[in-house]
Design a protein. Structure first.
Length: 289
């Protein structure tokens, strides 16, 4: 099967709009075109990337990085029938960090806030630094680190975030190894998992690259907990009405003089930069019809 792809790497930005009213900004698309070069590894030898002026012709099935309304409308405008996909409301729910939080993800002490007063109380009395994340963001975007007194500029960011979609708050730790595991979930609930990948990221969480993990990079207990988490996430995604590609992120970290492993930090219910490397079969073989 041949696929015409829409690589909408700004999917989380679109999903963050409660009414899905979203017009991609040219500057962001230009940044993502550079940042997302690795995503083209998802395309098979007979696939094509749907770009302005490109007419796929007959025989192509539409596929997206994440099948948001904008992505599906681009496929329809090009005369390409998209493969089956979950509803936009499902995509928003399962990619929202609250979904992973409710699944038991994140560090001990992770919390979700939608109001200023309890968050202000936590930040003002806390003796440790905190990492705050907007629930629908990617590649290190939409995050702030808080080490001490909060400036007016920081409160402005906090207030906007709380009003829009809330914030995930967790202790700030030092990751020493960041990994991911990918899977594919069919509409029947059958799931296939791939191989562990090592994520190469900046100090601020910006994606730099991905490779397969070496045999001894994860301890036995870490690997077991990662696969157990992926299987439980697949069940939760199926129960929520999601099907298609997904990935979970995890990391080994240092906090003071203690080392530990967080087996589920995020859920990406879409394709990812590491999917083509970490999944044992090419996407062209993974048909949802």
């Amino acid at each position: 099967m041949k696929f015409a792809w829409v690589l909408n790497l700004d999917a989380e930005v679109e999903l963050s709009r409660l009414n899905f009213a979203y017009v991609p900004r040219t500057k962001l698309l230009q940044q993502l075109a550079t940042y997302g070069q690795g995503s083209r590894a998802l395309l098979g030898p007979e696939d094509l990337l749907l770009e302005p002026g490109v007419l796929p012709g007959n025989g192509f099935v539409g596929r997206a990085w994440c099948p948001t309304p904008v992505a599906l409308s681009r496929l329809a405008a090009a005369g390409v029938k998209a493969e089956p996909s979950p509803e936009a409301t499902v995509l928003r729910r399962v990619n929202h960090r609250l979904f992973a939080h409710q699944a038991g993800g994140g560090l001990a002490g992770q919390r979700y806030f939608t109001e200023r007063a309890p968050l202000e109380d936590l930040l003002r009395r806390a003796e440790r630094p905190w990492l705050l994340k907007r629930p629908l963001a990617f590649a290190g975007r939409g995050q702030q680190r808080f080490y001490g007194p909060i400036s007016d500029k920081q409160w402005s960011w906090l207030d906007v975030s709380l009003a829009q979609d809330g914030l995930i708050v967790e202790p700030l730790v030092t990751p020493t190894l960041e990994v991911s595991l990918h899977g594919f979930l069919w509409q029947t609930g059958r799931c296939e998992l791939g191989r562990v990948c090592v994520q190469q990221v900046s100090d601020r969480g910006v994606f730099r690259g991905v490779r397969l993990a070496l045999a001894d990079e994860l301890h036995g207990a870490e690997s077991a907990s990662l696969f157990e988490r992926a299987e439980s996430v697949a069940e939760l995604l199926h129960d929520a009405g999601y099907f298609g590609p997904f990935g979970i992120d995890a990391y080994r970290y240092r906090l003071a003089d203690r080392h530990a492993f967080c087996a589920l930090s995020e859920i990406n219910a879409r394709y990812t930069m590491g999917f083509a490397i970490g999944f044992p079969r090419p996407p062209a073989e993974l048909c949802l019809d």
